[in-house]
Structure formats: C-alpha cells, structure tokens
Design a protein around this ligand. Structure first.
Ligand code: ADP
Ligand code: MG
Length: 652
C-alpha cells in the first residue's frame, strides 16, 4: 500500500517546510507552526522594547536570541543539508547569512524581522501544499476496518476489510461506510458520496450501481458485492494519484527552481564583491558589511522562487477539495491553455446507469437463457453496459451462467467460454467478425431506434440481443455550455458506439452532428486527437479501457476518476472524482486563474527585486527597508497565491 508515501513532503528550496516531517496526520502540532510562532514571539518582545516601552535588562536580548534560534537554526540546518548533501546553495542560506550579517553590524532587530517573515512565508506555503494530501489521508481514516460478510446460510461474519475478496457479499447497515468498491446486489437507498466527490446531495443507488469506498449508506439496508480488492479501491487510487502528483513539476515551477538555484550563487558572490569593493575603496568594516548585507537581502530571490508553488499548490488543493485531482502542476498549467475538448460518450457524457430497454431471443432460445448467458459474460466486464445487463438479471432473478477466460475487445465487446463452449457479446463490429447471420430479421425491432444494441452469440450463431438506452449525464449539457462560455474553441465527441446513438446524445448536449465521431476503435480516437492538435492544445475526457491511448496522447488526459476504469485513470493526468461535468469547466477556469496569478506574481517579484537591488547598490537603501521590501514582497506573492485556496470547485 502506498500509505507511507503520503508522509513524504514535497521538497522545495524555500523555507524549512519541505523537509522530514512526521506523518501528516500530526498536523495539529506541526513543528513548523510552533517554530514560526516562537520566532514571531521573540521578535515581538524585541519590538516592544525598542518602540514602545523599555523592558527589564536582558529581556529584549533574550527575545532576539529566541527569534534567531527558532527562525535561524532550522533554516541553517536545511541550508547545510542542501549544501553538503546536494552541493546546492539554498535560499535559506542567504537568509541566515543576511540575518547574521545584520546582527554583526548592530542591526539584530532587522535580522530578526527577516527571519520571522521568512519563516512565516515558508509555513504558509507548507500549509497550502499539505492540504490536498491531508484530505486524502483523512479519507483513509474514514474507511472502516471491518465489514459484515454474508455467509451462505444467511448469517454474517465480521471480517477485516483487508481479507475481503472480489465477489464477497457484504451487508451495509444504515449509517455504515462502504469498506471497498462494490456494486449493490440487493436493496436500494441513498448514499452520501461527499467524501469522494465533494457532492453534497446524496445519490440513489439500486441493484447494479457502483458503491465507492468510504461513502456512507444513509438509510436503507444494502447488500453489496465486492467489485475491487482494497488495493484497487477508490481511496487507494486517489492516494496513488496524489503520490504521482508529487513526482511531477509544472514547467514554471521548474523555471523558478532553476532560477533560484543559479541566482542564489550570483547573489552570494555579488554581495561578497560589494563588500570587498567597498573595503578596497576605504569604507569602514561596519559600513561595507552593512551595505553588503542590504544588497544580499534586496537581491535574494525568495519571492520569485515561492511565487509559483504558492499559486500552484493552492490551486491543486482547491481542485482536490472539489473532487478534481491533478497529477501535479504541469497538468494544471497545460489545462489553462486547452482550446479543444474531446469527450468520450459512453460513461463520460452519459451515465453509468444505462437501462436495458429491449431483449430479443433468436433461434428457439428463451429470454431467460439469453439473459443468463449475457449476464454471465458481462459479469466480468467493467463496461457500463455490463452493469445494465446485470441489473436486469438481478431484477428478473436470472442466475448468470459461469463464464471463464473472459477477454474484453475495447469498442467491440467481450468474449469468454462457458461449459458448452465459446461465447461473445458486442456490437455490429463484433457480429461481423463472429457471426454468419448478422442480418437476422429478429433484430429489426431493436436496431430501428437509436439504441445501443449488444448482441450475444455462440460461435457463428447469433443467440439474441439486448438494447441499452444511454442517458446523458444530468450535468453534461451545463458543463459543455460553461466550457463554450469560457471561450473553448472546439468541443467534439468520440465514441465506439453507433452514429445514431451518438448524434442523439450530441444534440441533447449541444454538440453538432459534424463534431460527433462514432464507430471508433481505440486507435481511431488516438488519431483524431492527433488531428485536433493542429487546432490548439487538446484535452481528452474519457472513462474506458478504450480511451487510455487517447488520454495519453492528448495534452491533458482527464479520466472519470471514481466511475472510470483503472487503466484510464493511469493514462490520464487529471481525475474527475465527481461525475459532475460542470466541475470540469470550473477546473478549467481555476487553471486559467492560476496561470494569471503566476504571471502577476513573477512580474511583481522580479520587478520588486530589481527596485530593491538598485536601491541597495546605488541609493544607500537602509537595511530595515530592504528587509521589509524583500519579505513584504515575498509575503504578498504567497498571499496572492493563497487566494486560490478560497476558490474551491463548487457548483451552486
Ligand atoms: P465509448 O467510446 O462511447 O465509451 P465504448 O467504446 O466503450 O463506447 O463502447 C462502444 C460499443 O462497444 C458499445 O456501444 C458496445 O456496443 C460495445 N461494447 C463495448 N464493451 C462491451 C461489453 N462489455 N459488452 C458488450 N458490448 C460492448
Ligand atoms: Mg467510455
């Protein structure tokens, strides 16, 4: 289990925030906050003494010593570790040197201000990035340790969740949390999915519907069948996503780090040069040191280095709270540039709650026989069609036939073998490959409409077919409209289903027939995504195994996180845990706001630094002003970035 990965903090050159922390759950007594608090306390004592009323002898000095110890020592340790461990000069080093230089020329108070503000901005930044991870960690604690497993004799055993196997039947009492991902086998009722999707309204679940780990069964008694082992269930998937997010950096983040590393060396050398130059010109040691310290503070690139991660991490955290998980800042920056959105249909624009609307049995087979075989083979499919078929079998109390050796053919169907021999189920393409009697007149009733038809066959013989109605998601039309309003140039649909079905759904959602591409194989989706790349950055939104390649090919792959398949999730950079398409539009807007804030921050940080450096070099800028200008600028860019925290993805 990737559990321990959560405790590894994102390492960042600014502040001591990024290093060697205990488990995230211990955040209530986070050492960061305590040290920052002590630094500020020490500084406050010294400020009171200087500007308000003289304190007893030695108290002010003790305050300064406290500020230097609590603010300076941890930063010095980080700087030392970076220098010795990685041979890298760190901004922490600049700050400590500047504070010590200030103290050595009698400006200890300014040094303490520097350390306190530096410590504060590091802590603020650290808070922002810890937040998304804490949300996931908290989820893990919501997961129950045990579950009630149904015995064949009707009794129940309380078993450890880790011991559950796919196919086990569990009883969920009212108020119980779902222990692993599964499907409702019996009963119906409302489920609160807010832990996973951020969606406040409960969702009604009936036989065949997916139940996500860590959601709450509100009223009814549900029997569920375990669909995924614990290690592949929703929470474990989310943890994997967040862990991957730590490994990837946004381009602008890499820029700011690269800049910070180079620039730090330059600042250090520059300050030494100023000091040496002024000494050579005959300045006193005190004055030369003072001026060099001023330049050191003025030129330190803290604001530049911190401006990008402060914004990105805040945005990632806001998105995560709204049920949109980004695998890192690169995906966020890319999403801001997307001009073209391509959507998969089944399971993405349409719900996973398709209904079987018709059933035809051919050549002397009975309806129940067809259903038993079809349910048997679909029982092992993740496809939404499978859920519809299984639900019907449960309703009609038809027992699925045991089918082994199942293999999915993305965008076509599925094959397997039962006691009698090989079986297949799928669309017209599958029929063309398998069956001799594909044009069976018995199918006329099903094929006439714009329904998705799933054929069942054994060898070359067509045994029957069902039609499945595919319903657009409640939020899909609004989500697409919002994207269009946001100025997205082009929205297209790509599906493996029939054109009639695809165009009907497209019309409901405001996607023109010309922008609906149907009957596609997975490789066709990839090719079309490639073609769209000439119109601008492309995002692909999909859920299925057949979408994985297109998700990987697109500039930004967005997977239906909770409802989609594991393969899709791995190929994508973004996961929509909520099935609410409006959040996609909100995530897009958040990405654009983030890009804007990063630009503002970089512009401001570089500009402020330039002014301070010129002031420090040529205009005898006093050290306190340099400190306030430098740290004030840093704090401003952090706060500007943290504004994104208050922009959670919520639909009102
Ligand atoms: P989309 O690309 O819109 O997500 P899919 O490619 O998943 O749609 O499905 C396209 C078609 O392939 C379905 O409409 C169905 O006819 C067939 N198909 C895919 N998987 C299965 C399955 N497990 N059982 C039966 N038919 C399937
Ligand atoms: Mg799909």
């Amino acid at each position: 289990m990737a559990d321990h990965d959560l405790t590894q903090e994102h390492v960042h050159p600014h502040g001591r925030g990024g290093h060697d922390h205990g488990p995230v759950a211990a955040h209530s007594h986070d050492p960061d906050i305590m040290l920052t608090g002590l630094t500020i306390l020490g500084l406050a004592v010294a400020l009171v003494d200087r500007f308000w009323t003289a304190l007893p002898h030695g108290v002010a000095a003790a305050g300064l010593a406290l500020a230097f110890a609590a603010g300076g020592v941890p930063a010095a340790l980080v700087a030392g570790r970076e220098l010795i461990g990685k041979g890298r000069l760190d901004i922490d080093l600049l700050m400590v040197l500047a504070a010590v230089a200030a103290a050595s020329v009698g400006a200890a108070l300014e040094g303490a201000v520097l350390l306190a503000l530096f410590s504060l901005s590091g802590t603020l930044e650290h808070r922002a990035m810890g937040r998304a991870r804490r949300a996931v960690k908290a989820l893990m604690q919501l997961r129950p340790d045990t579950a009630l497993r149904l015995r064949p004799d009707g009794g129940t055993d309380e078993v450890a969740v880790a011991a559950l196997a796919v196919g086990d039947l569990l009883i969920l009492r009212p108020g119980a949390r779902v222990p692993v991902d599964g499907r409702v086998a019996e009963g119906s009722g409302a489920v609160d999915e807010s832990t996973i999707t951020g969606e406040a309204l409960p969702v009604n679940k009936a036989a065949g519907d997916l139940l996500h780990e860590a959601t709450v069964n509100l009223h009814g008694v549900l029997t569920m069948v375990v669909a995924r082992p614990l290690a592949d269930s929703t929470v474990a998937r989310m943890i994997r996503l967040v862990t991957e997010a730590q490994a990837t950096r946004a381009p602008s983040e890499r820029f700011s780090e690269w800049f910070g590393a180079r620039y730090t060396v330059a600042v250090l050398l520059g300050s030494v040069a100023v000091f040496a130059g002024l000494m050579a010109l005959g300045w006193s040691l005190h004055d030369a040191m003072y001026r060099a310290a001023t330049v050191l503070v003025a030129a330190s690139p803290c604001a530049v280095v911190i401006s990008v991660p402060a914004a990105i991490l805040s945005a990632l955290s806001s998105a995560a709270r709204g049920g949109v998980l980004f695998k890192g800042g690169a995906a966020l920056e890319m999403l801001a540039e997307v001009r073209v959105f391509a959507f998969d249909k089944t399971g993405t624009l349409t719900t996973g709650r398709a209904e079987v609307t018709g059933l035809v049995a051919l050549d002397g087979a009975t309806d129940d026989e067809v259903l038993a075989l079809l349910a048997g083979i679909e029982a092992q499919s993740e496809h939404h069609i499978a859920a519809a078929v299984l639900r019907l079998a449960l309703e009609r109390a038809v027992t699925p036939v045991a089918v082994g050796g199942v293999r999915a053919w993305p965008s076509e169907g599925i094959t397997g073998t039962d006691a009698t021999g090989p079986l297949w189920a799928g669309n017209a393409r599958m029929v063309a490959r398998m069956a001799a009697n594909g044009a069976h007149e018995g199918l006329a009733g099903l094929q006439g409409g714009d329904q998705t038809v799933v054929h069942l066959g054994r060898g070359a013989r067509l045994l029957g077919a069902v039609s499945v109605a595919d319903v657009a998601r409640r939020t899909a039309a609004a989500g697409i409209a919002a994207l269009r309003r946001a100025g997205v140039d082009e929205i297209v649909m790509m599906t493996g289903d029939r054109p009639e079905v695809a165009q009907r759904i497209g019309r409901e959602l405001g996607i023109a027939d010309g922008e609906v591409h149907a009957g596609l194989l997975p490789e066709d989706k990839v090719r079309l995504v490639g073609d769209l790349a000439s119109h601008g950055r492309v995002a692909f939104v999909g859920d299925g195994v057949n979408d994985a390649a297109a998700l990987a090919r697109a500039d930004v792959g967005i997977a239906m996180g909770a409802a989609g398949s594991e393969v899709a999730l791995q190929a994508a950079e973004v996961a929509l845990l909520s099935e609410d398409m409006q959040r996609l539009a909100l995530a897009h807007r958040l990405a654009q706001r983030t890009a804007r804030i990063i630009k503002q921050n970089l512009f401001f940080a570089i500009g402020a630094m330039g002014v301070l450096v010129v002031g420090g070099l040529f205009f005898a800028l006093p050290l306190p002003l340099a400190v306030v200008g430098h740290e004030g600028g840093t704090l401003l860019v952090v706060l500007n970035g943290l504004r994104l925290l208050r922009d959670p993805i919520r639909v009102i």
